[in-house]
Design a protein around this ligand. Structure first.
Ligand code: NAD
Length: 439
């Protein structure tokens, strides 16, 4: 372990019974750190602890009860002061499964009817990408607070429309980029701001899986409309009418982290994508590579593929003094303290340096990945990925009726960046940040 980096004291006991304690501790972390004071979206977590009075209750509805919606629901059911008042899904099996989990919630197949409920404070939107903007706009028009899953929207014009509708609405808006609420990523940012790795000179992120990225499709089921088939309904992320593939579904998380850590949006990007393995009728690329260029000369290099999982997923933040691997939750010094002499000697013999290298000393050794173990950023490796905390933040900001500052900027920056990446690959040309975009 690189001794110069000490991990953040564990903020996160786990489990349902400890959730309240967990949130209280996070509130302490949030109020005690100079860095967190700079993160406006943490403001709601500094609010007073939630009581049991009806005035503290926040009534929420969920639109889209698929994979992610179900996970949000599980977290909301553990969030103090939250009442799940309504559930909406236009696919009956998903709606029925969700209703079975929440006593007393009203069920809807049309989100507009749900938005007519006068006593509903806010909604969470976890539908396919192409529906994010229309449903967000309906929700703002109905005067509701909105949590929208990532990525912000299907097109840059729709990102702008959501930002415009939100501006001046006085309503809370939150985006489903949970790393903004992750203790590990916050600790990483703190160390970066403290200069532990020097200035960020490059970021590299990747997300590799090995699988066809398909959901199983039953032989028959309810009428899939407005989708033309059950296959398209359940596997919407593979078709360009509904999704922008790996960029919006996976890359958006790490590009949000890049923009957040660099405190900027990219000025342009270029990239290539293709379908080189899963040639099964899908329309979205199964491997993508995009390089983003920032005004200060830093580049963010991103790639994703779904035909090899050896490297898994990571976001690497690099500077002249060190490297942070934020998904693993570790920091590595460029110059770790030297190992004791005897260990060095044994290492040298094991690696064959002494038989391969002339007596006068090595003139060159292979510049392979450094074999240092690094230090953990936080002690408790089982900490929440940020989703549970982000649910508490959404509820608290609605309760206080205070929109979360900075959130739409984060949503727009990552939402637009991944669409730039998609456009760069489709058009095979460099794509610039859209001039005049208002976050
Ligand atoms: N933050 C994260 O880590 C994370 C992880 C996974 C997915 N997501 C996001 O969540 C969203 C949903 O993804 P998913 O994996 O849950 O997809 P999914 O297909 O499992 O779920 C989507 C649900 O929306 C429902 N739906 C479709 N049209 C609807 C409509 N008009 N009204 C109401 N419901 C409708 C579908 O029936 C389905 O139940 C996507 O935007 C995705 O990018 C975020």
């Amino acid at each position: 372990m690189d001794s110069e980096f000490s991990p953040l004291a564990s903020p996160a006991p786990q489990g349902r019974a400890q959730r309240r304690e967990f949130l209280k501790r996070l509130a302490v972390v949030a109020s005690s750190s100079a860095l967190l004071a700079d993160l406006p979206w943490w403001t709601p977590l500094r609010a007073e602890p939630v009581g049991n009075s009806p005035a503290d209750r926040v009534r929420l509805g969920l639109i889209g009860a698929g994979t992610r919606g179900s996970f949000l629901l599980a977290n909301l059911l553990q969030t103090p002061g939250v009442e799940i008042a309504a559930l909406c899904d236009d696919y009956p099996p998903h709606l029925e499964a969700a209703l079975a989990k929440v006593k007393g919630a009203r069920g809807f197949s049309d989100h507009r009817q749900m938005l007519d409920m006068p006593d509903l404070d806010g909604v969470l939107i976890a539908v396919p990408l192409f529906l994010h903007a229309p449903i967000c706009l309906d929700a703002f028009a109905a005067g509701k607070h909105v949590f929208c899953e990532k990525s912000l929207a299907y097109s840059i014009a729709e990102c702008q429309a959501i930002a415009d509708a939100h501006r001046g609405s006085g309503k809370v808006f939150q985006i489903g980029h949970q790393r903004m609420f992750s203790p590990v990523f916050l600790r990483a940012l703190q160390l970066v701001r403290d200069g532990r790795i020097g200035p960020i000179t490059q970021m590299r992120a990747y997300w590799h899986r090995n699988g066809n990225w398909r959901n199983p499709v039953p032989a028959s089921g309810p009428d899939p409309s407005p989708f033309p088939s059950l296959e398209r309904r359940l596997n919407w992320r593979l078709y360009l009418d509904y999704s922008r593939g790996l960029m919006t579904e996976l890359a958006s998380h790490h590009i949000q982290v890049a923009n957040w850590f660099l405190d900027a949006h990219p000025v342009s990007c270029a990239g290539y994508g293709s379908i080189n393995y899963w040639k099964d009728g899908r329309e979205v690329y199964d491997n993508v590579n995009v390089v983003y260029r920032y005004a200060n000369g830093t580049q963010v290099v991103y790639d994703s593929l779904i035909s090899n999982r050896f490297y898994g997923m990571e976001v690497q933040i690099m500077g002249p003094e060190g490297t942070i691997e934020a998904e693993t939750g570790k920091i590595f010094s460029e110059n770790p303290p030297p190992a004791p002499g005897i260990v060095q000697l044994i290492n040298g013999i094991e690696h064959g340096f002494f038989s391969a290298v002339p007596i006068g000393g090595p003139s060159w050794v292979p510049e392979l990945k450094k074999d240092t173990k690094g230090s953990y950023l936080v002690q408790d490796q089982s900490t929440d990925d940020g989703t549970a905390i982000s649910m508490a933040a959404f509820a608290n900001s609605i309760r206080a009726n205070k929109p979360i500052p900075g959130m739409m900027e984060q949503a727009c920056r990552s939402g637009v960046s991944v669409l730039m990446g998609h456009n760069a690959m489709e058009q095979q040309q460099e794509i610039a940040w859209p001039e005049g975009f208002r976050e």
